[in-house]
Design a protein around this ligand. Structure first.
Ligand code: COA
Length: 382
């Protein structure tokens, strides 16, 4: 296995991109990453995408994107793991370079969700069709059940859930690529439209168009391209049952815990060494459960930890400095790659007003469904 570095990255603005197609936004993000890395060719490409077939009626995404980016005939394939597709694409690209199969790899993520599809249905295909979707449950509904169980078992309050959204909107207000660049207050979250009790509209990540890309190469060659190469210290993935009712405890996300433990083992460091993390806050309760599984806080205490400000930009462990899925937006197949773009910018000291001072090691955690797949990467400046 070779050590692998990220030498370039780029992304589109996230939001409602009515005047651009899925291929436009993929090419835009990829060209930014290519220019950032200064490479003159790509050997292979991995494209994270959850369901362009349902969102825009387009399958065969890998070859289409290679053609429009002008890099055909290189080998390329779409990677799908629901909302974790982007993170899994990065893992595939990492393995490709580490194994010696390719030297320069482009990892992209893309999703176009505003082009007229039934978004709630398309997203629901990532949950269990026979046991969940058939009975009418949606993702807000599934996470609402997790939230109620967490509140009941650990005393997590409605206000603590809202604090996650308040903090992420505060960070998003500092991110020019974020879908929502405005701060909100706890009262606004509590009083926004009820989606699935106890989760209101402002507890939910939005519907988003967007793309992100990163260029990978062997660490040994990275200095040729980048002043500050960012090393991939660990890449680990894990799975769990799709259906919530099949889990022993719905407040625990086993795939997140296992992927995190394996990543920490690979990187030979623990949660206390992480300077910032981009995690999968598709709903406010998700961020609380995820920070517990990552080991940043004891099980059951994620709400209190958030309320005390420990996850804020200037807190003990800044979580989602980009604004997270909640405020930056959640173009499902692109999200995992966009998390990496944020961590790379932070580690290079290029995150502007949302810069975490002295950041040297960052973590990304990307999740599919209600936690049926999870992928964790740990990145560090060499
Ligand atoms: N956060 C903040 N603001 C939001 C928002 C969100 N999640 N969703 C919509 N808004 C804003 C819109 O910008 C709009 O503002 P405006 O009136 O100033 O233009 C307003 O709220 C109403 O938007 P609308 O598009 O009518 O909302 P909606 O009711 O159709 O959709 C949700 C809201 C929460 C149902 C939708 O965003 C959703 O389904 N989110 C979850 C996505 C999901 O499940 N992802 C996968 C996770 S596993």
């Amino acid at each position: 296995m070779r050590d692998v570095a990220i030498i370039g990255c780029g992304m589109t603005k996230f939001g409602e991109l009515w005047d651009k197609s899925i291929r436009d936004i993929f090419v835009e993000a990829s060209l930014k990453a290519i220019a950032d890395a200064g490479v003159d060719h790509i050997d292979s490409m991995w494209v994270g995408n959850m369901t362009a077939g349902l969102f825009v009626g387009q399958e065969h995404i890998g070859a289409l994107m290679a053609d429009y980016l002008g890099v055909a005939p290189i080998p390329t394939v779409r990677v799908e793991s629901a909302c974790a597709s982007g993170g899994m694409a990065l893992r595939a690209g990492f393995i490709e370079v580490a194994s010696g199969m390719s030297d320069i790899v482009l990892v992209g993520g893309v999703e176009k969700m505003w082009d007229g599809a039934d978004v709630t249905y398309a997203l629901s295909t990532a949950s269990d069709q026979e046991y969940e979707v058939y009975h009418g449950v949606t993702f807000p509904g599934l996470y609402a059940m997790i939230a109620r169980a967490h509140m009941h078992r650990y005393g997590t309050t409605r206000e603590q859930l809202a604090q996650v959204a308040v903090k992420n909107h505060k960070n998003g207000a500092l991110n020019p690529n974020a879908q929502f660049q405005r701060e909100i207050k706890v009262e606004a979250v509590l009083n926004s439209t009820m989606v699935a009790d106890p989760l209101t509209l402002l507890d939910c990540s939005p519907v988003t168009d967007g793309a992100a890309a990163a260029i990978l190469c062997p660490l040994a060659a990275a200095k040729r391209y980048a002043d500050v190469p960012v090393r991939i210290l660990a890449s680990a993935a894990a799975t769990d049952s799709l259906a919530l009712h099949q889990r022993g405890d719905i407040t625990s996300l086993r795939a997140v815990k296992v992927s995190a433990e394996n990543a920490f083992k690979q990187a030979n460091l623990g949660p206390e060494r992480i300077d910032l993390a981009e995690v999968h806050d598709c709903f406010t309760i998700a961020e609380i459960c995820v920070i517990e599984e990552l080991g940043f806080v004891e099980k059951g205490k994620g709400g209190e930890f958030t309320e005390k400000g420990y996850t804020a930009l200037d807190g003990k462990i800044p979580i989602n400095p980009s604004g997270g899925l909640k405020a930056k937006g959640h173009p499902v197949g692109a999200t995992g790659v966009a998390q990496v773009v944020e961590v790379v910018e932070q580690l290079r000291g290029q995150a502007g007003k949302r810069q975490v001072k002295g950041a040297k090691v960052g973590l990304t955690q990307n999740m599919g469904g209600s936690g049926a797949s999870s992928v964790v990467h740990i990145l560090g400046v060499v």
